[in-house]
Design a protein around this ligand. Sequence first.
Ligand SMILES: [Zn+2]
Length: 298
Amino acid sequence: MRLTILAGYLGAGKTTWLRHQRHIGNFVPAHVIVNEAAGIPVDDALLTGAQVLAGGCCCCAGKEAFRTALHQRADLSSRGMPQDVVIETSGLADPASILEMIRTDPLLRHHFTLEPTTVLVDALHARDQLMSDALARRQITVADRIILTKVDQASRSDIQLLLGLLQRLAPMARIEGSHMGEPYPLPSASAFVGDLPDTANDPLPQAHTLHMPADMNWTAFGVWLSALLHARGRDIMRVKGVIRTPAGRLLVQTVRGIVQKPEVIPKTSHAIDNHLVFIGRGYDTDRLEQSFRKFARL
Ligand SMILES: [Zn+2]
């Protein structure tokens, strides 16, 4: 069975890209595993039919759960039901750790061949992330295939500089552009000049879940979230969750301080309502709770 590791920083657009690929017949048929580092599965709302592994990143805390899931696929294969596997990793995952797990597990090595490790990169934010975050760089250095997303929103010169940086980090990788899952032409790279910073001592990203009351005042919540992102937008890397509002169940997410347009999700999705996951670093989760409770008058 072929195994594809799909990685990329928080908000790079992995789910959108994979969903489109499957729509046009790539990675079909395949068993899709979606890994959420936080405890609440949300992406399954958008990628139906996927197996969700939540509550631990599959490169570290959730590694054994992922190994078990792959052993189950190997078992099915032994009984005559092989199926390719695509793992959509959490944004916090270091693909090198997953590759290592597969290479060193005799059963997995026997049953799976690794497809090119595919890493999605957000053209708008990646240069900033790559210069400041060792994890973002580790994801790139193991990529065989890099897919730039949101290229339509970035300037040509920014893309050229990003391409130079990516080529420096992953000289062997194939780099492609993508817009809503479709191929998108890329300009030529500008050579990267200078040194990469040493960020070995960066605090590691952490996830925290806020539980919201059913009678939440959504206007007040909106004000609180905006104020939070305004003040700590660089530390709060991602906010994601499903909230139940008079307008229906809405998938709310932010990427690097930008609140994305809420998406109405199907009733059948088993994402848990009114839980909002915050992923960030360098902030105190108690203070986040206190601030939220004060605002929501809990
Ligand atoms: Zn991990």
